[in-house]
Design a protein around this ligand. Sequence first.
Ligand SMILES: [Fe+2]
Ligand SMILES: [Fe+2]
Length: 275
Amino acid sequence: MGFETKKEVLEWYERQPRALTNEFIENIAWRDVKNYELNEKFVPVLLYMRDVEVLTDMYYSEMRRTPTGKDPYISKFMERWGIEEITHGEVINRFLNEAGYETGEKWKDQVHRSVSRFYKANTYLLTLLTNLIGKQFTATHMTFGAIHEMSTAQAYRRMMKMANHPVLTEIMTAIIREESAHSKFYANIAQIELKRSELSQKVARFIIGKFYKPVGQGSRPKKQTHYAIGTLFSGKEGLDWLDRNVTQKLQTLQGIYGLTKVTDTIARIQNKQFA
Ligand SMILES: [Fe+2]
Ligand SMILES: [Fe+2]
């Protein structure tokens, strides 16, 4: 990781072209979707992915109320990031429709409305707490962001491999390209912020160790999160995959060495499923 300042990281990100341009989306072989088999077991996972993507704006608006969201480089990134995540949700939704799974015109409203009041109140509380800790919390936010983006990218990779549907592969390849850029942004900003102070490292380590949950858990029912994990990352092979591609990468961040929380959490979910 060769970036010294947040400005450099942002400039790098801004140089990355969008993978999912309108032109790209129009040219997806939508008409071919139905010509290939899509194993039904992936449908709930695709719905989960879609929902988590479009709920990004909820997270984004909470984040904007914290010191992290007020950081000029991070907020500039988040403007584009928020749009990209929504596109991911929309493209997945269109894919499901083309595959014969109708979702209705108001699906986005339904997803937003389905988030429980308890969850929203909880998020609000967390924002308040975050504001109390202030700037020291930015490293934690960014480390969480890196974990979520890395694991999302890996989920898409697994989906692509397992579903083996040519049109879905085309879509996932483009989404993964954008998720990788998000991962790189978050991880590099996290590294810069973590290196700044030992307190930031301690806070990040503590909060992640205590509160890490897989992407989407909370805003979506736990059952759905567990189903997605069980489908995409089952057994020792799935766990090793995540350990290699998320946990071990995360451990390269300053002060995060030896943290195995992500792998441990997924292992626990796997055990619950087979119990
Ligand atoms: Fe995304
Ligand atoms: Fe992302």
